[in-house]
Design a protein around this ligand. Structure first.
Ligand code: ZN
Length: 594
């Protein structure tokens, strides 16, 4: 048993999230967390909405509301979407809580006290026509790295690289198009060169990461230089140093605070649980059984494999300048950065502005959550860029989920219900019966091991292979043709029902909604796959209230084959999965923008 932290990338609260966002890390982190809990680990799955930074301000201006109002609206919408998908967060919170402000400021102060946050003179933009400071968000230009013409003063949305306004080619003001003038200004920089040796030593021990992620992370060390951790912006966390904290025009850089969210969310969870120090079981460097897994898209590797570990090393006082840990004590570094690749949509990049997008909410208004979860697990962007097409979604749903798994469930339970009204006994099993039962039992080790190593595509394929074996067994044994030997007919159906039960457990991390239904169709009661709920909470330190996602996941199925109970009554089942009409492909394509 380990303490396992599932640290899931924080969705940005400047709009609704689309299926690309949840396929890279939302659903995979939930599959992992659900499996690890079923296997007996003590999992803490945390995340929240990321609500600071330039794009929030830009969107708020566009909608004519304050940044806080915009964040409130999309925080709630995102919370509802993630709940509908069944993502089992222990706590899904947000970065505008007072707890998060306090934790982010504690990190900054200690990293500064240890000498890893250095003040540097840099160039800030002013508007030549007014003479006033031009915040980063008002500056656009061409990205010097990828050539994208709409890069912002702090980041390029096309290649994901962090930028400074002075890096931009042909910088211009978004207000009036004029070329900004750059004057000298002061900012705090994370002294990455002083942490580079410690980062390299830590990365050298990370041998089991996905090779492309490890290679990318090691390459980052080649061109390591200090990175600005404060910004000319008026929306964000105040810089907690004398002479700075009251300056309304300087704030912590959004990425400095967003990654601290993994820690602050664990602390908030502990405070809400009634044991203020419970978070240390996942976070203290002294907790030897703690493991931390970070889930994100590949555009965020830099922040999770370099910036966040560097913040932690600086906090622990483990760079070349030494130092002392702050009041949280020495903290854990990530065990693994589990990065996924990108999902495209019908061969194109997702783009809200060009309507090449399908929002989670729209998707779930027309299709079941488990249909999407199945597609993501079996055909998502786990280790290569992957294209979502409606034709492929239809095929996977109808041919695999409905005709494969749904058919096995339906015909096994309906034949047993019709002929026996209950689960019949196993009498004199044949080698074919025993072989199928053994295949299902043995799949627990295979499928579980693959999920633990973040090979979910292979894991669900293995589980579906058992489903296919069971369907073949039913066709071979043809229990519907056995007219004069009820004991043999019952035995075949007993075997089928046992394998349905086992496959249902194997598929529970992937398909929790239908797993609960199938558990009940097999005559089971109580919670099989626990679900998250939305709870309205007060801010712990006096700020405005907000909705969180949380749940009790100590209940539910274990990762094991459980013998079905002979004599348990069975009713004729309703179909678990919906067969889709081929016409949905054209309908959905018509909804996409040209
Ligand atoms: Zn770029």
């Amino acid at each position: 048993m380990s303490h396992v932290l599932a640290a899931v990338a924080w969705p940005y609260a400047n709009g609704p999230r689309h299926i690309g966002h949840v396929s890279g890390f939302g659903v995979p982190s939930d599959v992992f967390s659900r499996y690890m809990r079923m296997a007996g680990h003590d999992v803490l799955m945390v995340s929240g909405t990321d609500e600071h930074g330039t794009p929030i301000l830009v969107q708020a201006e566009k909608e004519g509301v304050t940044a806080r109002e915009l964040a409130d609206r999309y925080n709630r919408l995102i919370v509802e979407d993630l709940q509908a998908l069944g993502l089992s967060y222990d706590l899904f919170t947000r970065t505008t809580t007072r707890n998060h402000y306090a934790v982010a400021q504690e990190l900054f102060r200690t990293v500064y006290a240890n000498g890893y946050m250095i003040k540097q003179t840099t160039h800030g933009a002013i508007s030549p026509s007014t003479g006033r400071t031009l915040p980063d968000r008002y500056i656009e230009g061409t990205c010097p790295i990828c050539g994208y013409p709409g890069a912002r003063g702090d980041q390029c949305d096309n290649c994901g690289n962090q930028l400074d306004p002075t890096d931009l080619i042909n910088p211009r003001s978004r207000i009036n198009g004029e070329t900004p003038e750059f004057i000298e200004t002061e900012h705090f920089f994370l002294d990455l060169p002083a942490l580079a040796d410690a980062l390299a030593q830590w990365l050298k021990t990370r041998t089991d990461w996905r090779p492309n992620v490890l290679k990318f992370s090691l390459n980052l060390l080649d061109d390591i230089r200090p990175r600005a951790m404060t910004r000319d912006i008026d929306w964000g966390i105040p810089v907690p140093l004398p002479g700075w904290e009251d300056n309304p025009a300087k704030r912590l850089y959004v990425w400095f605070d967003a990654v601290v969210g993994y820690l602050s969310a664990a602390i908030e969870w502990a405070r809400r649980s009634g044991d203020d120090t419970a978070w240390k079981k996942w976070w203290s460097a002294a907790a030897e059984d703690a493991r931390q897994y970070y889930f994100m898209g590949k555009d965020n590797i830099t922040f999770h494999a370099q910036i966040w570990p560097a913040e932690l090393l600086g906090y622990n006082g483990e760079g070349s300048r030494g130092g002392q840990p702050g009041r949280y004590g020495r903290l854990q570094l990530p065990t693994e950065v589990v990065s996924s690749e990108f999902l495209t949509m019908e061969g194109r990049k997702f783009s809200s502005s060009r309507s090449v997008v399908i929002y989670v909410r729209d998707f779930l208004s027309r299709y079941d959550a488990d249909a999407l979860r199945y597609f993501i697990a079996v055909a998502g962007p786990e280790s290569t860029d992957t294209d979502f097409t409606w034709a492929e979604f239809l095929r996977r749903n109808n041919d695999e989920l409905v005709a494969g798994w749904g058919n096995l469930v339906n015909r096994s339970i309906s034949m047993a219900a019709k002929n026996f009204g209950e689960i019949p006994p196993l009498v004199d099993p044949t080698p074919a019966d025993e072989a199928l039962l053994a295949t299902a039992r043995e799949a627990f080790d295979t499928v579980g091991g693959l999920i633990e190593r973040h090979r979910q595509k292979q894991a669900i394929t293995e589980a579906m292979r058992v489903v296919a074996d069971a369907n073949r067994y039913l066709s071979d044994q043809a229990p519907w043709k056995i007219k004069d030997d009820p004991a043999r007919q019952g035995t075949v159906l007993h075997v089928a029902l046992q394998v349905v039960s086992d496959c249902n457990t194997l598929l529970t991390p992937f398909l929790p909604h239908s797993a609960q239904t199938i558990h009940e169709l097999l005559g089971g009661t109580g919670v099989h796959a626990p679900m998250p709920s939305i709870v309205e909470v007060d801010d712990l330190d006096g700020g405005p209230g907000y909705p969180v996602l949380t749940g009790d996941y100590t209940v539910g199925a274990r990762w094991e084959s459980r013998p079905v109970e002979v004599g348990r009554p069975l009713d004729p089942p309703k179909p678990v999965f919906k067969k889709l009409d081929p016409s949905i492909v054209d309908e959905e394509l018509a909804r996409l923008g040209g």
